[in-house]
Design a protein around this ligand. Sequence first.
Ligand code: CA
Length: 347
Amino acid sequence: MKRLFVTFIAVMAILPYVKAEDLIPVRDSADAPVKLIYDTDMGNDADDALALAIIHNMVKRGQIEFVGLTITKSNINAAKYCKAFNIQYGHPDVPIGLVKDGATPDDGRYVKNVIEMKNEDGSAKFPVPADWEPEDSVVLLRKLLAAAEDNSIVIAQVGFSTNLARLMETPGDDISPLTGMELAEKKVRLVCAMAGAFAFNTNKYENYREYNVIKDIPAATKVFQEWPGEIVVSGFEVGVDILFPGDALNADLRAKDSILRESYRFYRGGLDGKKQSTWDLTCILFPGRPESWRNYFTLSPRGKITVMNDGRFVFSEMADGARRAFICSPEQKSNIREAFINLCTEL
Ligand SMILES: [Ca+2]
């Protein structure tokens, strides 16, 4: 009788984990944070900044371990901005890597403007240590993956494919005897990428040449066709009409000088009545909250992606394919939007 009771207790203890099944397994157990590398073209659109706020607030909740941040926008102010952002959100030591000679070297609408904001006494509102500089993004990726446990890392790629494509081309070196392809295969559990467009539940964007792809088509071709592991893709059609209201940033953030609020303001030209598409945020929400019961995402069948010369994605179903895409119903999009607002309006 006693043994039966012990068995019963043991089963009850395991049950929540059995029930909380992940749509794609991205972590060791339901209470373990997902180990995330954020690969972003920070500064080209405001959704990269909203997504970074979500990462920090999921670190606070124990849902994410923020392993590193790599940038595919070839602009030093993008890196300084990410450093300032991480400082404001209380995680100043997250390693940051910047692409060399990559796409979009311009300052864009907010990264430079925000880090140049001053207090009345002339000091920076969002300071970065004067002697700080980013690492090379590919070197940093090699270091982070070499130090990681096998099959442990999720990479959210929400900009160009430059960094991951270059990683794939690296030989073994003094960081690791493994090549970039071997590190990718051995250490990375999943790449969750915002890229391209798919026609699973709408053919509205079927032939859409999506920005993250067309800014570096050779790199996107390499990553989406040759990456040795699983990739789940959030296409343009997913985040385009999940709209983040600028008004939500007006009152709720505790900090008087919120780096997120100022970024949105610079990028959208204000807050009141403004709306921002949330493509990149989906690639953080999924790994941070992968449980299927949350009803955020449905997965497409497995398949392969062919990247056309003009940057269009062509998806073909294949039972053993390692590429899938998110599909979202209007109800799921509404659930997602509510989560985004909750996760972005605290500091
Ligand atoms: Ca982006």
